[in-house]
Design a protein around this ligand. Structure first.
Ligand SMILES: *Cc1c(COP(=O)(O)O)cnc(C)c1O
Length: 340
């Protein structure tokens, strides 16, 4: 039994999902003739109460398309220093949109309205790039699955409105935040201009992210997706997996959170662990005491059939997911307890 906790992207489709994939109605989505894709896009748009949605192969492409929709070359977006759009999308912000990032020193990947205000370049000061977009992430990836306080999001929205800035949400794990906090997805749809939602993380499909947004922005999204090479044909097989996940695999996300909390609760009691970040959803970030070799710890786990990620600078990450069972959780807890 290998226990892979490097990411929540390592899951395989469940038998029910496989059946939905096999039985999917499909067509050529480049002609917008795939009924399953059209249905998933409508479902996600309605979920957020937004005008339109578009299916993308990956979360990175959906975020990159959103940034392109909101900006012109030479402009600047504001995001946290740990943001996925800045750190883990291959420099796409500059490659695809010719845009730079003003990095904010946030808390566990989350920024405040006051920090956004400080980061806006004065629009008349033509020496500096024009600030046009704010990108938030919820939950935060590098920030350890932290969930935004919705009141802070509302304050950030007010700053965006007062300063003519677009507001994009990298909601790769927004479903985790919604399940953990009980927030209403329509509140998110009201506040953000665009939202990306990944299906290949907690929702457990093989691929796909849906970008939802206001129609005045989204009318260009299909062209940007084509330019980025993301026009897909009978991709309804994958959209059907997404519809299946929305119908059957949302509620179970709370089990991922429960297991992550169990791991986190144990880690704080272990003498070789220096610090554990607060665990709010399915990501646990922790640090070992300086005298413990990370290499030894990681290979101890590996030899015993368990893989986790090292995010550098002493940051170790465990991500729980659909294929991580109670039995595996017990085994991991024991392994952690037994480490010397
Ligand atoms: C996983 C993830 C994405 C999308 O990544 P892809 O690998 O391109 O699907 C975007 N943002 C965050 C915060 C993520 O964790």
């Amino acid at each position: 039994m290998t226990i892979d906790l490097r990411s929540d992207t390592v899951t395989r489709p469940t038998p029910g999902m496989m059946e939905a994939i096999i039985n999917a109605q499909v067509g050529d989505d480049v002609y917008k003739e795939d009924p399953s894709v059209n249905e998933l896009e409508r479902r996600v748009a309605d979920f957020f109460g937004m005008d339109e949605a578009l299916f993308f192969p990956t979360g990175s492409m959906a975020n990159q398309a959103a940034i392109k929709l909101h900006t012109q070359p030479g402009e600047q977006l504001i995001c946290d220093k740990w943001a996925h759009v800045y750190n883990y999308e291959g420099g796409g912000v500059s490659f695809n949109s010719g845009v730079s990032c003003k990095l904010v020193d946030g808390d566990r990947g989350m920024i405040t309205a006051a920090q956004v205000v400080e980061s806006i370049n004065p629009p008349d000061f033509y020496h500096s790039p024009l600030t046009t977009l704010v990108c938030l992430e919820n939950t935060t990836n590098k920030g350890g699955g932290a969930c935004y306080d919705f009141d802070e999001i509302l304050k950030i929205k007010a700053v965006c409105d007062a300063n003519n800035l677009g507001l994009h949400l990298d909601g790769a794990r927004l479903m985790n935040a919604l399940v953990a906090t009980g927030q209403d997805p329509k509140d998110y749809g009201n506040v953000f201009d665009t939202i990306s939602l990944c299906f290949s993380k907690g929702l457990g499909t093989p691929m796909g992210t849906v970008l939802a947004g206001k129609s005045e922005l989204m009318k260009n999204a299909i062209r940007i997706r084509k330019i980025l090479g993301g026009g897909m044909r009978q991709v309804g097989f994958m959209a059907a997996a997404g519809i299946y996940a929305l119908d059957n695999q949302v509620n179970r996300i709370k089990e991922d959170h429960k297991r992550a909390t169990e791991i986190s609760d144990l880690l704080v009691t272990l003498s070789y662990v220096e610090k554990v970040e607060p665990t709010e959803t399915n990501i646990v970030i922790f640090y070992l005491n300086p005298e413990i070799s990370e290499q030894n710890f990681m290979s101890y786990l590996e030899i015993n059939g368990c893989r986790i990620s090292n995010m550098g600078h002493g940051k170790l990450r465990v991500v729980t997911h659909h294929d991580f069972t109670d039995k595996m959780c017990l085994k991991l807890l024991k392994l952690l307890q037994d480490f010397k």
